[in-house]
Design a protein around this ligand. Structure first.
Ligand SMILES: [Zn+2]
Length: 410
């Protein structure tokens, strides 16, 4: 099987479908294009001979390639939606051979990719690169992952390499709050499954350390009365909300933190004469510190409640995702396998802390630790977003095959 040809052809095909997700829509998927692409992927997998294909909630496509030997089951996940940054939704991918010169992306609109502004590209002279026409996001995040998974399916259906059950999960709406991962019913996967998302950046990047995340809702009921007769009676819920926020450390915020430091972030506040609400998020890499943050917030609420005995304050904290590493327990196979596989394909591993959530972080809080593999994509969420097909995305396939081979031998 010619991977290079396959990856280019199918990537261009998938990238050409507009699958921008829409944060304002409650439906799953949030946009029609995503369902359209999922149906295309389903038809492609069927044409490769994959028989076990099903939709969960008409939104998450799950394919299973049954085992041909007794090996541990493995699952890969990618998201079909692309980010909406306000650029054109019509993606016109073009395959370019990079010669070292500036690249005219769009003659009509005079959009030129200047090598001097993106010197990183010099590493890919005389290679095939897929780029946009400069008016839209290319969507390699995560069409690169999607393409790798379909290529893997085709490979496993045609070549005879030993593997356990392989699950391929194509999920919607990652970019608008990891909704596909939240929706996924993980009971459809075996308990001992090794699980990965294919949604990372440059070759070698491997992510399994990320924030623990929680969402917080604080509700305050005050006492309202005409201001003329208010003395000793009125409890203004807006001022109570203000007291709570004022007790937070002003330096314990995203704008003052980096690396593995956590934070509190007030994301919303609204109030009126009778009640007020505060929305917050909590983030911390360290599980113990994450729990301390929750306690700290509850203590603040208790203190403010004491100062305003006639107000009614409630706090609700719910976990949204977990640090993948901290959910692994003693079984570090998911990490060790990748370390070995990267060594085998000669790619230096770069473990980066992820200051955010991934679909895998959501699966991790559901009990399936899911690290993130690289895709080889560059310039994420930019209209120049590029992807080096021949060398880079192929590394992904090589990596995955190494993992499967290692598992299959056991
Ligand atoms: Zn992504």
């Amino acid at each position: 099987m010619n991977f290079s040809k396959f990856l280019t052809e199918y990537f261009v095909k998938y990238a050409s479908v507009n699958t921008q997700s829409d944060a304002s829509k409650k439906s799953l998927p949030s946009s029609e294009g995503q369902k359209k692409l999922l149906d295309i992927i389903k038809a492609d997998l069927e044409s490769f001979g994959v028989a076990d294909l099903k939709y969960q909630d008409d939104a998450v496509l799950i394919a299973k390639i049954p085992q041909n030997t007794d090996a541990r089951p493995i699952s890969f996940m990618a998201h079909v939606d692309t980010v909406d940054i306000g650029a054109s939704p019509d993606v016109k991918p073009q395959v370019v051979e990079f010669t070292g010169d500036d690249i005219v992306l769009n003659k009509e609109r005079n959009i030129v990719f200047k090598v001097s502004e993106h010197p990183d590209i010099n590493a890919y002279k005389n290679q095939e690169i897929i780029m946009t026409d400069g008016t839209s996001v290319l969507g390699a995040d995560d069409k690169a992952g999607v393409t790798v998974m379909t290529a893997l399916a085709k490979y496993l259906m045609t070549e005879n390499i030993p593997h356990g059950d392989v699950y391929l999960i194509f999920a919607p709406d990652e970019e608008v709050g990891l909704r596909g991962a939240y929706a996924l019913d993980v009971s459809q996967l075996p308990k001992d499954v090794l699980s990965y998302t294919i949604d990372g950046g440059p070759v070698g990047e491997f992510g399994y350390e990320n924030f623990n995340g929680a969402g917080v809702e604080i509700y305050i009921k005050g006492v309202s009365i005409h201001p003329g007769q208010a003395k000793g009676i009125l409890v203004n819920p807006i001022l109570v909300a203000n007291d709570i926020i004022a007790k937070l450390d002003k330096l314990d915020t995203p704008e003052h933190s980096e690396g593995k430091e956590g934070f509190f972030l007030v994301t919303g506040i609204k109030g009126g004469a009778s009640d007020a609400e505060i929305q917050m998020i909590i983030r911390d890499f360290d599980k113990a510190k994450f729990e301390e943050r929750k306690t700290h917030l509850k203590n603040i609420v208790a203190e403010v409640q004491k100062a305003h005995p006639k107000a009614e304050i409630s706090i609700d904290i719910s976990d949204s995702y977990a640090n993948i590493a901290s959910t692994m327990g003693d079984d570090k196979s998911a990490v060790e396998l990748v370390e070995t596989a990267m060594k085998n394909i000669g790619v230096p591993i770069r473990v980066e802390p992820i200051r955010g959530g991934t679909d895998g972080a959501v699966l991790s809080v559901k009990g399936i630790p899911t690290p993130n593999l690289f895709t080889g994509a560059h310039e994420i969420h930019s209209v120049l977003y590029m992807l080096m097909v021949r060398r880079k995305i192929r590394q992904d396939i090589r990596l995955i095959l190494q993992i499967l081979l290692k598992l299959g031998k056991k």
